[in-house]
Design a protein around this ligand. Structure first.
Ligand code: 3PY
Length: 247
């Protein structure tokens, strides 16, 4: 079967949520709806390494690829997620070419990078290190999240770095940065600039959306959206379920 990385490269329309609730049960429930992938969010949720491995296990049982948004740009976060068996990483707040190079280096084995060759769960607990390395070279998704004005300014240089599978745009953080710095350009112009740069660089682009309608619009333009999260689903469903009963 064609894997997630190959589907991203082929620009097949892909849609999946963040998983923010720190539990394998949440992964099981959401995976049952058959998203194209899930993205476990360790940047903004209290998900430690041991729990992360259990959540990836739950995704594996369901046959749904699990990306991990790592909690920071550090190589140790990227290695921990990949060694736990993640299909790939979404690296937040990449704003410079040097940060892009460092993220790719951490996520890829030589010769493209310098990832350490002792993957635990990903290598069947050291029983199949050569196989794990071959699979990782073929299948590991490296997505960089572009979500600052600095990233917009540097987008061409960032996306010229070899080994990037996906330029993932974070409109929420970008809006915060834009407002904080008094940037005059509308958010949509900043996003358009990144989309155009990704297209020129031949790098697939994706974006975060909060609603189905937004995903429908964006999937007419890009081939990858992370839409909402399990926490958002539960919030909406709770508000709906517990709304006052009609008289
Ligand atoms: C953003 O929109 O900035 C995000 O990080 C989505 O979670």
């Amino acid at each position: 079967m064609t894997g997630l990385r190959q589907r991203i490269a082929a620009r097949q329309p892909l849609r999946g949520p963040f998983i923010a609730i720190p539990s394998p049960m949440s992964v099981e429930i959401v995976a049952g709806a058959r998203p194209d992938f899930i993205c476990i969010d360790t940047e903004h949720s209290p998900i430690g390494d041991a729990l992360l491995a259990d959540m990836i296990r739950a995704a594996d049982v369901a046959g749904v690829p699990a990306l991990v948004r790592v909690r920071g740009k550090g190589a140790e976060h990227i290695a921990a997620a990949l060694d736990a068996g993640a299909a790939g990483v979404v690296v937040p707040h990449v704003s410079t070419e040097a940060e892009a190079r460092a993220a790719v280096h951490a996520a890829r084995f030589a010769p493209e990078g310098g990832r350490g060759a002792g993957p635990g769960r990903a290598a069947a607990y050291l029983r199949d290190i050569p196989g794990a390395i071959a699979r990782a070279r073929r299948d590991t998704v490296v997505a960089l999240q572009l979500e600052t004005l600095e990233a917009v300014a540097n987008v061409e240089a960032i996306l010229a770095v070899p080994g990037i599978d996906l330029a993932f745009i974070g409109p929420g953080d970008l809006a915060v940065d834009r407002d904080a710095r008094g940037e005059a350009a509308p958010l949509s112009d900043l996003i358009d600039r990144m989309v155009a740069a990704a297209s020129a660089a031949g790098v697939p682009a994706g974006i975060f959306t909060a609603t189905r309608d937004a995903s429908r619009v964006w999937l007419g333009r890009l081939a990858f959206v992370i839409e909402g999260s399990d926490a958002l689903y539960l919030t909406r469903a709770s508000d709906d379920a517990l709304a006052p009963l009609p008289a």
